[in-house]
Design a protein around this ligand. Structure first.
Ligand code: HEC
Length: 471
C-alpha cells in the first residue's frame, strides 16, 4: 500500500495554526522592514554628516540605532525564529519545499544577516571612536548587507506565490524558481514601504531629541521620507499587482472583501496626511503619537497586507504545487516530486495517511463523526478553524446546515473534484465524505452524531431482518 507524506497535524484550537503563523510573521515584517529601511537611511545620514561636517546627525543615527537594537534586532530575531518554529509545525512540507529549493540561498542570507547584526553594533558604538572614513564604510557595509538579506528573502517569498519561471517545474534549478516577473516588482514595492516604516518608527526616536532645532530638522526629514516613499510605494503596488498570476487576480476579486481596496487607500492616505501634518507642525510629533502611528501601521497596513498575500496564493502554500493542507497537488519532474492526488483518489485518505489513529481507518455509524473530525483536522484545519473562533471557522461556511446528505453532495461535488477557486482538490471516498459530512453537520447540531449512529444501527438491523426473512 502506498502512503502519502503528511505529517501529524498541529491543531491550534483558538486561533487556527494559520493565524499563529500570520501574527508572528506580521510583527516580523514590521521589525525586519524597519531595520533594512533604517540601515539605508543611516548610510544617507552618515554620508551627509561627514560631507557637511554635521556630527549631530550622527547622534541621531546612534540613538535610532540603539532603539533598533531592541525594537528591530532583538524582537526581529525572536519573531524570525518564531516563523521557523510555527511554520515547521503548521506547514512542515511548505517549509521543507522551500529548504529543498533554496537551502544555499538561505545560508547566504544568514551570512549577510550576521554582517548586518555585527554592523548595527559597529555603527552605533564606533560613532566618534574611529576615523570618519572607516565609520562611513562600516555604515555602508551595514546598509548593503541589510539590503542583501531583503533581496534574498524576496526571491523566496515570490517563489511561494509562484515559481519564477514555468520551466522550473520541468527542470528545477534554483534560479528558475527564484527570479520571476514578480520578484523585482515585489522587491521595489517593499523597499519603498520599508522606508515608510522607517519614517514612522523613527518618529519615536526623533520626538525625544533634546535639541529643538535638530528635532525639527529630523522630523521634517522623516516626513519627507514618509511622503515620498508612500507615494512611490503606491505606484509600485500597481506594478506589483500587474505581475501577479491570473489565478491570483481571480482569487482577489472573489475573496478580498469590497472594503479591502478602500481600506488600503485610507491607510496610505492616512500615512500621507500624518506626515504632511508633522512636516508643517513638527512639534505635533510626540513619542505617544509616533507610537500610535507605529501600531496603526502594524494593524491597518501590515496585517491586511499579509492576509491578502496569504489569500492570493490559495489553494497553495508554496510553489503552486503544494496545497495549504500539505498534500502535493501536481508532478514536479524537475524536483523529482510526484502528485499525491492519484494515490488518495485510488485508496482514500484514511488508508493512505500514516498519522491516523488505527480505530479511525474504517468508517462505521458510531465513529463517523470522529473520523470526520480527523479528516477535517488534516484536510481543512490549515485554512479553517474547526472550533468557533479564529481563522475562517468552518461552521460559518455551512449556512447552518445540518443536512448530512446535502453537505456530502457538496463535498463530493466541489471539494473531491477540485471544482473550487481557492480550495485544494480533496479526493474522498463515499464513506469519507459521509463521515466528514456527519462531523460538519454536528458543528451545528451536537446531538446529531448520536442520532445518526442510532438511525444507522436501526437501518442495519432492519436490513438484517429483511435479509433473514427473505432466506
Ligand atoms: C487552502 C485553504 C483551504 C482548505 C484546505 C479548505 N478550505 Fe474551505 N475555503 C477556503 C477559502 C479561502 C474559502 C472562502 C472563504 C471566504 O470566501 O471567505 C473557503 C470556503 C469554504 C466553504 C464555503 C463554500 C465556498 O465554496 O466558498 C466551505 C463549505 C468550505 N470551505 C469547506 C471546506 C472543507 C470541508 C474543507 C476540508 C475538507 C476545506 N474547506 C478546506 C479555503 C480552504
Amino acid at each position: 500500500m502506498e502512503f502519502i507524506g503528511l505529517y501529524p497535524t498541529w491543531f491550534e484550537p483558538s486561533l487556527g495554526s494559520g493565524w499563529v503563523v500570520g501574527i508572528i510573521a506580521t510583527a516580523h515584517v514590521l521589525f525586519s522592514h524597519t531595520s533594512v529601511g533604517a540601515a539605508i537611511f543611516f548610510a544617507f545620514l552618515a554620508t551627509l554628516a561627514y560631507q557637511r561636517n554635521r556630527p549631530e546627525l550622527l547622534t541621531f543615527v546612534k540613538q535610532y540605532g540603539l532603539f533598533l537594537l531592541v525594537f528591530a534586532y532583538v524582537a526581529g530575531s525572536i519573531t524570525g525564529v518564531g516563523i521557523w518554529y510555527s511554520t515547521t509545525v503548521a506547514s512542515p512540507r511548505g517549509i521543507s519545499a522551500l529548504i529543498h529549493s533554496f537551502v544555499w540561498k538561505w545560508a547566504t542570507e544568514w551570512v549577510f544577516f550576521v554582517i548586518e547584526v555585527v554592523g548595527v553594533y559597529l555603527v552605533v558604538y564606533l560613532v566618534g571612536k574611529v576615523d570618519p572614513r572607516t565609520h562611513l564604510r562600516v555604515t555602508w557595509i551595514f546598509a548593503l548587507s541589510s539590503l542583501a538579506t531583503m533581496l534574498i528573502i524576496i526571491g523566496i517569498l515570490s517563489f511561494m506565490l509562484w515559481p519564477g519561471k514555468e520551466i522550473w517545474f520541468d527542470e528545477g534549478g534554483y534560479l528558475n524558481g527564484f527570479y520571476g516577473p514578480n520578484t523585482f516588482a515585489q522587491l521595489a514595492m517593499r523597499m519603498a514601504f520599508m522606508l515608510t516604516m522607517t519614517a514612522v518608527v523613527g518618529g519615536v526616536v526623533a520626538s525625544r531629541i533634546q535639541d529643538l532645532a535638530l528635532r525639527r530638522e529630523i522630523t521634517r526629514m522623516l516626513a519627507w521620507l514618509g511622503i515620498v516613499s508612500a507615494v512611490v510605494g503606491t505606484a509600485l503596488f500597481s506594478w506589483y499587482t500587474s505581475t501577479l498570476p491570473e489565478h491570483a487576480h481571480l482569487v482577489m476579486q472573489a475573496r478580498l472583501p469590497d472594503w479591502f481596496s478602500i481600506s488600503l487607500i485610507a491607510v496610505l492616505g492616512g500615512i500621507i496626511v500624518y506626515f504632511i501634518a508633522t512636516l508643517l507642525v513638527p512639534r505635533m510629533l510626540t513619542p505617544a503619537v509616533a507610537g500610535v502611528a507605529t501600531v496603526a501601521i502594524l494593524v491597518f497596513g501590515l496585517w491586511p497586507e499579509e492576509v491578502a498575500r496569504e489569500s492570493i496564493r490559495k489553494p497553495f502554500v508554496a510553489g503552486e504545487y503544494l496545497y495549504s493542507n500539505q498534500v502535493i497537488a501536481r508532478d514536479v519532474p524537475g524536483m523529482g516530486i510526484r502528485s499525491e492526488i492519484p494515490v488518495i483518489q485510488e485508496h482514500g485518505l484514511l488508508k493512505t495517511h500514516v498519522f491516523l489513529p488505527e480505530g479511525l481507518r474504517e468508517v462505521a455509524p458510531d465513529n463517523a463523526a470522529q473520523v470526520g473530525h480527523a479528516i477535517a483536522l488534516s484536510m481543512c484545519s490549515n485554512c479553517h478553524s474547526v472550533t468557533d473562533t479564529g481563522m475562517r471557522p468552518i461552521r460559518n461556511y455551512l449556512g447552518g446546515s445540518t443536512d448530512v446528505a446535502r453537505i456530502k453532495t457538496y463535498l463530493l461535488g466541489a471539494l473531491a473534484t477540485g471544482n473550487t477557486l481557492y480550495m485544494p482538490q480533496i479526493p474522498m471516498t463515499d464513506d469519507e465524505a459521509e463521515a466528514l459530512a456527519v462531523f460538519l453537520a454536528s458543528l451545528n447540531d451536537p446531538e446529531l452524531p448520536l442520532r445518526y449512529a442510532q438511525e444507522r444501527a436501526g437501518i442495519a438491523r432492519s436490513d438484517d431482518a429483511a435479509t433473514t426473512s427473505k432466506e
